[in-house]
Design a protein. Structure first.
Length: 170
């Protein structure tokens, strides 16, 4: 008798599913694209955020320089004190997320010897630090590490509802 109740239950479920008709799953609707991000982190800013040694959600220049030294040492296994451009690309991939992320070795290698010294890397990141430190207090907050992007006119999410702007009259 117990076997019959299972059979009847299964048949009832099957008949209900057959009567329900097909289930249609649709993808995203045309024109329903996600609006472009207005806030982003640059790879260099993401790296700087990881140098917060005391976990106070703020990064000082000293923390940044110490963090850069540790990341540099992780790639400079030969302890040569400099990285060739291929090693620098390995550093960028590991610590910035991509071999081609900025800064490029060409902008960091200030003396043009085709090698990147720790001091050159720290100098370039010191320039980033100055740019990120909007309130000039010598400490970077997460808000300062965010890059705010303006919306691009002409997309459907812009304030002008996707209508193209007319060029200014002369």
């Amino acid at each position: 008798m117990a076997g019959l109740s299972w059979y009847l239950r299964d048949m009832l479920i099957l008949s209900l599913l057959l009567q329900a008709g097909p289930i249609v799953v649709t993808g995203p609707q045309p024109g329903a694209a996600q609006p472009p991000a207005t806030m982003a982190y640059e790879p260099a800013a993401m790296l700087v955020a990881t140098f917060d040694a005391d976990a106070d959600a703020r990064v000082t220049r000293e923390e940044m320089e110490d963090g850069l030294a540790a990341s540099f040492a992780a790639i400079d296994r030969a302890k040569a004190g400099t990285l060739g451009y291929i090693d620098f690309a390995d550093w960028a991939e590991r610590f910035l997320g991509d071999r081609n992320a900025l800064p490029s070795p060409f902008e960091v290698d200030r003396d043009g010897d085709n090698r990147v010294a720790l001091r050159e890397l720290q100098t370039r990141f010191s320039e980033y630090f100055t740019r990120y430190d909007r309130d000039r207090d010598g400490v970077l907050t997460r808000a300062e590490l965010l890059t705010i992007r303006a919306r691009v006119f002409g997309d459907e999410h812009s304030p002008n509802d996707g209508k193209k702007r007319k060029p200014p009259r002369r």
